[in-house]
Each structure stands twice: as C-alpha cells, then as structure tokens.
Ligand binder design. Structure first.
Ligand code: NAI
Length: 555
C-alpha cells in the first residue's frame, strides 16, 4: 500500500494534472492553498483568487460553515461536497475533529442521508451494480478510475441501520464506512471502493417515488440473488486480487449464509455480525472493570436475535470459554428474545443460529417479564425497537443488580432501546450504559455520566488496516477477538472513573494502529500473510497510513 502522499509528496502535487482539470480533481486539488509557485508551475494563474491560504485556514473556514449549517443533513451534504472538491482537506477536517464529525458522516445522520439519498445525490462515490448489470461486472470495475483497490464495503441495502429496506439509497452506508477506514485507521481513500449491489427493493414508497434512483423492481431472491452475489464476488476478486470485502447491512436471512459461503473462499467479513460482536465484547470487558464483577457470573439477555445480537452472543461465548468451560456451558450465559418471544428449547421454527441458544424455560412474550424471570446482569438491545428498555425494565434491572449493565445498541439514535438519560435516571445513576449511536453526557444528581458508544468504528478500521498491511488471505474470528481485547485494554483509570466503557474517540488513530499491529501479527503467525514479515510491524504499518496534510510542489 504505497502512499504517494507520504513518500514523495513534493513531486506528486498535481500528479501531472494541470489547470482547471487539477482544480476539478479532488485527489490532487488544494484550491486556495496552491502556493504562488505552484500556480505558476501548474497552469493555475488567474484561475484562483489571489490570496493564498494555509490548509489550516481552509480547515477553519470549513468548520465555520459546518457549525453554522442549519441541520445535520446540511452538514452531511457540506462535508461530502468537500470530499468531491479536495480529498485531503476533507480528511484533514474529519481527522482533526473526529468526535464532531462521526455523528454526521456516520450514525445517526447517515441514516437520514440514506432516507433522502435520491434528493441529495450529487456525484457517485462508488459503483452501483444492479440486477441489469449481470454479465457486465468486469466492465464496471474497469470503469472505476482507481485500479489498486484493497477494501470494498458492499451492501444490498436491505437492512440499513435499523431503518429497513432502503434499496439503492443504502449506498450512504458503504461510503460512510470507507470514509471511516481512512479517517480512523489511515487506509488511503484511493484503495477503498463502496459498492451498492442493487438487487431491487421491497420498499413500496421508494418504488413509487419519482426521484428514486435505484433499480425499480422487487428484490431478487433465492437462486437469482445468490447467483448475482457470486458473480460479484468472483468479478471483484479478479479485478482486485486479494481485496478485503466487508458485507454491510444485509438482512439477517442473507447475512449469515453469505458469510458462511465466502469466509474460507475469499477475504471477507460481516461487520454487523463480527464487528458488532467485537465492539460489544470490548464494552463488556470494560464494564466488568467498572462493576468489579467476574465474567463467569454474568447472564446476558438480548433483545433481538438478529445478526448483531448473535454476533455478540458468539463472541461472548468464545470469551467465556477462555475460562476453561465447554461451548455448551458458555452458551448458557446468553439468552435471546426476538419478535416472537424468548427463545427457549422446544419453540417451533427456530433457525439453527437461534436453536444454539434455546435453553429450557417456559415461554415468555414480554421483555420485562423475561428480565424479572431471568435476572440478567446485562441487557443488550439490537432490535431496532425504541422504548423497549422501558422504565419498568430498567427499574427491574436496578432491583436485581448493584450495577446493571445496559447496552442499547440499535441505530440510529431514534431506534435506541432507551436513551442514556433514561438508563441513568431509572437505575438511580447505577447503570453502566453504552449505545450504538452517540448520546451527550448526562447530568444526574450532581454527577456527570459519559455514555459509551459501542460504535463498530472502534474495530473494523483497525482490523481492515491489519489485514490489508499483511495481505492476509482471510479475516479470522481470532482477529475480531484480539481487536476487542485491544480496545478494552486502552480503557484507562480515568475512563473507568467516569463510567466510560470505551476509550475517547479522539484516540481512534492510535487505537486502530494497535489493533492493526495485533491483527497483522496473527496473519503472519498463522501463515495467512502474503507479504514478508517486517522487522518492526508497527513502523511498517504506520508508514502505510494516509497523510491528509498538503505537501508543496518543488519549485
Ligand atoms: P436484524 O434484522 O438481523 O435483527 C433484528 C432482530 O430484532 C430480529 O431478531 C427481530 O426478531 C428482533 N425484533 C424485532 N422486533 C422486535 C420486538 N418487538 N421485540 C423483540 N425483538 C424484536 O438486525 P441486526 O443486524 O441484528 O441489527 C439490529 C439493530 O442493531 C439495528 O438497529 C442496527 O442498527 C443495530 N446495530 C448496532 C450496531 C452497533 O451499535 N455497534 C452494529 C450493528 C447493528
């Protein structure tokens, strides 16, 4: 992953492109920051106002617009417009202000952006492969201007956050995730490709909408769907050998089979299953530091038994097994409730994934009743059902636990099972709380609580960087396991004192680097890496990272 920006920045300004073409090329455009010498050398005289700004001044100007914007959606549009003008300035602003930018570029604002994608669409930021493109996939990849693609994030738009089927409008998700790869871990943007696999939509509102830009047909299902995904996997891996493919926001009935089908054939992972499992496991490890409890004493009750919950359950099972117990015993610690009720042994029509966690118990339909009956130490919501961690549920948790652990993971914010404020208020300030989307600090009874954000952005950028740096053939479960432990190890005394289950987000660059080093070590130790092991892995990876700072043209 050579990075021209780092290695020979001075010579690469403009990259041979000149004049107006240069100003219109986001990969090389510095706009008003082109120096006088550069303007002369690159055919820019007269094409810019005479004043020359530094990158820092440009960044301040952008931030002023950003903060004055009327809505978060306007901020989203403003930032994506900036990416279309100057990629380096975009990443400079994002990387220097990550905590402020994350809720705009990703959840919750990206959810609204996807819902409105047809109205705010300006330029394509990735490739669209629709059901009409069967037989033409190599041509599509050939049309994409960058050839050295190392990471693809692909969605079929069927389960966008907790918002359901948004069809081709779901493209905002791969775009946002790949921006985080660059902003959080420093994977150069030119190596990243967002892909929308547009197999149609079942969202009638979109099918009726005149401005909907997707393939206006019902979703492909069954063999037709499988064949299209297969064609994509083969074409992408042929166009970009060894590329890491991240499955994102596929609906539950496709998410598990696709991962199973491809995990040993290609370099793939599913972030909703594995990334979520990892970030939640990390949050649990930190929560136990806060509550001072043992893992073996925990009982987890999940609301939702989909990709996210099952991914977390499996990761916790693996963690408990480290204490020397069997898989069967470890699974006894996790209970799941889906839209039909508590998953118990003997319940009809249980999928294989759910059946593994069906323990003997009477059927229960109501979540609060399940809390009272099972007395969990942790409730974990990934159901997309806002308000389901009601006052009664939270009170019941506080009754049986000194420090109840409450993770309301559904995204975006409007879908969270409870708010941070509710979690602290109804447990009398005793809850250890984390959410999927951000919540502001909460003041309760003269104390300030800082809610943890169990955002997958703590995990996948670092894992991806480690995989790409080592050119690992596969992404293994062990990699997500080590990533979770790495993040938890970075939660310090100060975080614990504030009840914070994750390190502050402004440390994400170092967090991602630490994860990448551990992941790459695993790849080399397990014979998966396809490049020689460097003497100093950390230095090797550090050198590969994207540099958002401008370099000047040698005059
Ligand atoms: P999914 O569609 O695979 O699963 C949803 C589950 O919720 C299903 O088991 C369904 O039966 C259950 N459910 C629906 N209504 C229910 C009800 N009234 N009572 C009980 N259960 C009910 O979706 P997935 O991928 O598991 O995601 C679920 C939510 O988790 C989404 O809002 C998503 O945004 C969020 N999520 C959060 C992450 C994070 O914070 N790090 C990462 C991944 C997902």
């Amino acid at each position: 992953m050579s990075n021209k920006n780092n290695k020979d920045g001075a010579q690469s300004v403009g990259n041979g492109i000149r004049g107006m073409d240069l100003l219109r090329n986001p990969a090389h455009n510095k706009g008003t920051a082109f120096t006088k010498a550069e303007r002369d050398a690159l055919g820019l005289r007269g094409l810019l106002p005479p004043g020359v700004l530094t990158q820092q001044q440009q960044a301040e100007r952008i931030l002023r617009h950003f903060r004055n914007a009327r809505s978060d959606l306007d901020r989203y549009v403003l930032m994506n417009d900036l990416m279309d003008r100057s990629e380096q300035l975009f990443y400079k602003v994002v990387m220097d202000n990550l905590e402020e930018m994350l809720p705009i570029l990703y959840t919750p604002t990206v959810g609204q952006a996807c819902q409105e994608y047809g109205y705010i669409f300006r330029r394509p930021h990735g490739v669209y492969i629709s059901a009409r493109d069967r037989g033409h996939m190599p041509e599509i990849f050939n049309n994409w201007p960058h050839k050295d693609i190392r990471i693809i994030v692909v969605t079929d738009g069927e389960r966008i956050l907790g918002l359901g089927d948004l069809g081709a409008n779901g493209m905002g998700i791969p775009v946002g995730k790949l921006q985080l790869y660059t902003a959080c871990a420093g994977v150069p943007a030119k190596h990243c490709l967002p892909v929308m696999l547009d197999v149609g939509t079942e969202n009638q509102e979109l099918l009726n909408a005149p401005l909907y830009l997707g393939h206006k047909k019902p979703r492909l299902r069954g063999k037709e769907y499988d064949d299209m995904v297969e064609e994509f996997m083969v074409a992408a891996s042929e166009a970009y050998p060894g590329v890491l493919i991240q499955f994102e926001d596929f609906a539950n009935p496709n998410a598990f089979p696709l991962l199973k089908r491809y995990r040993d054939r290609f370099c793939v992972f599913n972030d909703d299953i594995q990334g979520t499992g990892s970030v939640a496991m990390s949050g649990i490890l930190s929560s136990l530091k806060i509550t001072g409890q043992k893992l073996s004493d925990q009982r987890f009750l999940f609301l939702g038994a989909g990709a996210a919950s099952m991914g977390i359950g499996d990761m916790l099972t693996a963690l408990i097994m480290e204490e020397g117990v069997s898989k069967e015993e470890a699974r006894q610690h996790s209970w799941f409730m889906d839209s039909t009720g508590l998953i118990v042994a003997g319940r009809e029509k249980l999928t294989a994934h759910k059946a593994r966690y069906a323990h003997p118990h009477a059927e229960i339909k109501d979540f609060c009743e399940a809390v009272k009956a099972l007395k969990p130490t942790t409730i974990m919501g990934a159901s997309g059902q806002p308000g389901s961690f009601s006052k009664e549920v939270l009170r019941a948790m506080a009754e049986v636990n000194e420090r109840p652990i409450v993770f309301a993971l559904s995204n975006p914010t409007s879908k969270a099972e409870c708010t941070a404020e509710e979690a602290y208020r109804y447990t009398d300030g005793r809850a250890v709380f984390a959410s999927g989307s951000p919540f502001a600090p909460v003041k309760y009874k003269h104390k300030t609580f800082i809610p943890g954000q169990g955002n997958n952005a703590y995990i996948f950028p670092g894992v991806g960087l480690g995989v790409v740096a080592s050119k690992s053939k596969h992404v293994t479960e062990e990699m997500f396991f080590i990533a979770a432990k790495t993040v938890a190890s970075l939660v310090d005394e100060d975080d614990i004192a504030h009840g914070r289950t994750y390190p502050p987000f402004d440390k994400i660059g170092e967090v991602s680097l630490d994860i990448a080093v551990e992941v790459a070590k695993l790849a080399w130790d397990n014979g998966l890496a396809q490049v020689d092991r460097p003497v100093d892995i950390r230095e090797f990876i550090r050198d590969l990272r994207y540099d958002a700072t401008y370099h000047n043209h040698a005059s």
